[in-house]
Ligand binder design. Sequence first.
Ligand SMILES: *[C@@H]1O[C@H](CO)[C@@H](O)[C@H](O)[C@H]1NC(C)=O
Ligand SMILES: *[C@@H]1O[C@H](CO)[C@@H](O)[C@H](O)[C@H]1NC(C)=O
Ligand SMILES: *[C@@H]1O[C@H](CO)[C@@H](O)[C@H](O)[C@H]1NC(C)=O
Ligand SMILES: *[C@@H]1O[C@H](CO)[C@@H](O)[C@H](O)[C@H]1NC(C)=O
Ligand SMILES: *[C@@H]1O[C@H](CO)[C@@H](O)[C@H](O)[C@H]1NC(C)=O
Length: 491
Amino acid sequence: MAESSIAKKIGSESWLSPAPPVVLWAAVVVVMVGVISMPLATAQFDSFADLKGDYCRVRRPTSCCDGRYDDCSMPIRGTRCYCDQFCNRTSNPDCCPDYWELCLGFRPLDPLLDACFKDGVVIPVGQSYKFNCNECKCQGGQLLCDTDPCMIDEQVIENVNRGQRQYTWRASNYSAFWGRKARDGLLLRTGTHNPEALSMKMYPILLRPELSRIPSRFDVRNKRDWRGRVSEVRDQGWCGASWAFSTLGVTQDRLSIESLGNETVTLAPQHLLSCDRRGQSGCNGGHVDRAWQYLRKFGVVNEECYEYESGRTGKLPRCRIPRNANLFNLRCSANDVVYQRRNLYRTEPAYRISGKEVDIQWEILTNGPVQAMMKVHKDLFMYQSGVYSHTRLTGEETATHSVRIIGWGEDNTVASPPVKYWLVANSWGTDWGERGYFRIARGYNESDIESFIIAVRVRLGEYATGGRRRALRRPGRRNYSNRLRNYRAKN
Ligand SMILES: *[C@@H]1O[C@H](CO)[C@@H](O)[C@H](O)[C@H]1NC(C)=O
Ligand SMILES: *[C@@H]1O[C@H](CO)[C@@H](O)[C@H](O)[C@H]1NC(C)=O
Ligand SMILES: *[C@@H]1O[C@H](CO)[C@@H](O)[C@H](O)[C@H]1NC(C)=O
Ligand SMILES: *[C@@H]1O[C@H](CO)[C@@H](O)[C@H](O)[C@H]1NC(C)=O
Ligand SMILES: *[C@@H]1O[C@H](CO)[C@@H](O)[C@H](O)[C@H]1NC(C)=O
């Protein structure tokens, strides 16, 4: 390093320079101050850059001297550097910066000389630097970088946001996603397995939507009787648990709606994640049909009783409430809450709604939010506002996700004619999208969002005796062969 070679001159036996000590010390101090007041890499680079230039090259009469010639030197920074062979004898020599190249014909391996440069960053040899989600390492003057796609891609943001209304949505940089690889996003921000072939073949129930009663826009949160009964957006964190979040989101909304607000609770995804393990993969994803099975047969407690932690820790703790748990006096968690009900929160068998737009609308309008499976393309991570439809900017790679559709509408501000959309609650927190929600093109199966729609009736009134409840009237009861239950009898 340049400054240490100067510093070493002091007291070195070859030090015969006539430069006055005061100047010398001043030079050392200048360099030291530089080191202290700047980030290390830049400081070293700058002080070297200062020293770069022609020294031996311009020395007259001869540039290089063999052997030891104490006057074979050049002034540098108030001191002297050497162009004789003797300067090369130590690992920290006092040679002039251009000595090796000029006199020996090679560039020394110097951490600063061989530093790497990228996007205005100087990376010294042997060190690494993270650019967004990719680590770059500087080796022998060569920059070796991972080249994985990142969740946030500046180029995509720029392309989507570039005027001309080519896209009906806008993109944004999210600090929560910055620095993360796209494959981690696809794994941990989604987390729904495709339903098994058997469930996919399940026939939707028969609905008879009254078209004249379907408004052009609808938001369950604003329906008069349902105010305050539809749950907020949550954050699944870095755990592929959308299968649990979307299932319980729909369940708790319908629990509140069907109980006329008497049972407005947040249900515990951690309970499903940790305890519904058969054929499920916890934070690596799960099947929604299996989740519905579990809710029908066993049920879950509320969030207060079984707090969500996997999104923060990325780990899957062991199940705390076994299937045959005695709920009487069940201690919930560290905070000593006692579970107040005789039963867990349970549902009737889930049922499938057809992919027809009016069927989905009718179900939401009459019974509340529905669960939808969808494909997540990588550009969705950057969605900020507007009506989403996937671009071809981030490639074909997708993951399966599940969400809660809570309404629909038409937007005439993003394009004309107006763009029809579904209003959807995601589980990526409220900082993402339109306060946690997004709108997605409606009516042509965008990202497969109309391909697998599920709804459910809940079981009410289980504070009381725990006696069997009679089955609730459900729409489309004419065709019972359609229900999920029938395909999972083996469970
Ligand atoms: C100078 O030093 C370099 C690196 O330590 C070494 O490879 C080279 O042989 C030396 N040259 C002479 C002339 O001593
Ligand atoms: C995105 O956000 C991160 C964290 O807030 C920031 O470090 C980064 O520079 C931003 N990138 C762009 C392209 O704005
Ligand atoms: C709601 O609770 C009230 C009193 O707590 C009760 O009278 C009423 O029947 C309950 N309604 C439903 C739908 O459970
Ligand atoms: C949506 O697209 C998927 C995949 O292309 C397809 O399997 C599904 O049947 C479609 N659904 C509807 C309702 O069009
Ligand atoms: C019920 O579903 C079966 C397929 O499982 C179908 O063949 C039949 O037509 C349906 N019946 C009615 C009444 O819709």
